[in-house]
Design a protein around this ligand. Structure first.
Ligand code: KG4
Ligand code: ZN
Length: 343
């Protein structure tokens, strides 16, 4: 147990294909290690069973490295934060069981964390965090959410996707175009060299704070099929233009909904978070939207946009302060609303 008032918290993230550990000293990141499972690339997507096995192999060295970076030992820790969900059940089980056993062994609190809430709080891992209340557009591989954030642990989902997530829309498009997984960064890179008005994609009609991306993917599928019929080299020739036009439509949709939420709830600060917030076009146009709407813009540092344990540790620290400790009976949740994670 550490003697100072500021707690040391070890955080663990294993919800998908990243095995990550971080050490927080209060709200500050002291060690941050991520091991990305590149083995899934060969399959064009994450294989759940493989992910669980790789987490088992990586978790001990990743935790040891995070402790080394922070210059502390297990005995200095005051709490263990871990992603309880949402995510792949087998993958979550590895991190969750490890954290539970370690916390029990060290006789310190377990802090169970909702992965999507943690993505939002990645915006606090900077010197200029948002002021409450703010709205965060959280865009990841499995979720697309507009979140009203009243306090660190008081968040309300205002709207989400009715089918695919924004990250999924990027990944599926990349797969259709034979690009490697994960597709988001590939489309982002290609789009920089393309004409974003070359092709048009539909703007789905859903509620003002709802998203839908599955029609976009279908429309891309038909564009590619028709194109290849006329010219077998269609994808190769036009991939940059396709990527730019497709990415533009996703960003249009995301920002239109964010603007509607911002107008409705009258907040002064807006944020983005999650893996897709690493997208260069979304970052640029989000900045522009905030200038136009006279809002203060917040984007997590690049390293904290995609999955990481520092964001889990930050949320864990806020729970530690309120003594919202996890239950020893707790189990991982592959899915579920924010409310489930209060304790
Ligand atoms: O938040 P995250 O790391 O994991 C989940 O919680 O799902 O998000 C992963 C998603 C993937 O769909 C990936 O393609 C997307 O984030 N992504 C991007 C970029 N970097 C990662 N999408 C678009 N542009 C990027 N630069
Ligand atoms: Zn994530």
């Amino acid at each position: 147990m550490n003697d100072s008032q500021t707690p040391y918290i070890l955080a663990i993230e294993s919800s998908c294909d990243e095995t990550a550990a971080a050490v927080m000293h209060g709200p500050h990141v002291q060690g941050n290690v991520i091991s990305s499972q590149i083995e899934h690339e060969a399959y064009g997507g994450v294989i759940p069973e493989l992910a669980s096995r790789l987490h088992q192999q990586h978790i001990v060295p990743v935790v040891q490295q995070a402790l080394r970076e922070a210059g502390i030992t297990l005995q200095d820790l005051d709490g263990i934060a871990v992603t309880q969900g949402p995510g792949l059940l087998g993958a979550l089980l590895v991190g969750h069981s490890f954290a539970k056993a370690l916390a029990a062994g060290l006789d310190i609190p377990l802090l169970t964390v909702h992965h999507m809430q943690a993505h939002v709080l990645a915006n606090f891992l900077t010197d200029t965090p948002p002021a409450f209340p703010f709205i965060c557009l959280t865009v990841s591989g499995g979720h697309t959410q507009l979140v009203l954030v009243r306090d660190y642990l008081d968040m309300e989902v205002l709207g989400g996707t009715i089918d695919d997530a924004a990250g999924e829309a990027f990944d599926k498009a990349a797969k259709l175009m034979d690009l490697p997984y994960p597709g988001g960064p590939q489309i982002d890179r290609l789009a920089k060299e393309g004409d974003d008005s070359a092709f048009s994609f539909p703007d789905p009609e859903v509620g003002p704070l709802e998203f839908s991306f599955s029609g976009l993917k279908t429309s891309l599928l038909y564009l590619l099929k028709d194109g290849i019929k006329k010219d077998p080299r269609f994808i190769e020739k036009y991939k940059a233009d396709i990527a730019a036009s497709y990415q533009k439509r996703i960003v249009d949709i995301l920002l239109k909904k964010l603007a509607s939420a911002a107008a409705k709830y009258q907040v002064a600060h807006l944020a983005i978070a999650g893996g897709v917030s690493a997208n260069s076009e979304l970052r640029r146009r989000f900045g522009q939207l905030c200038v136009d709407m006279q809002k203060t813009a917040h984007i997590p540092p690049f390293a904290y946009c995609t999955d990481n344990a520092a964001m889990i540790g930050y949320l864990g620290y806020r729970k530690y302060q309120l003594q919202w400790f996890g239950d020893w009976e707790s189990v991982p949740y592959p899915r579920g609303p924010f409310e489930q994670w209060r304790n």
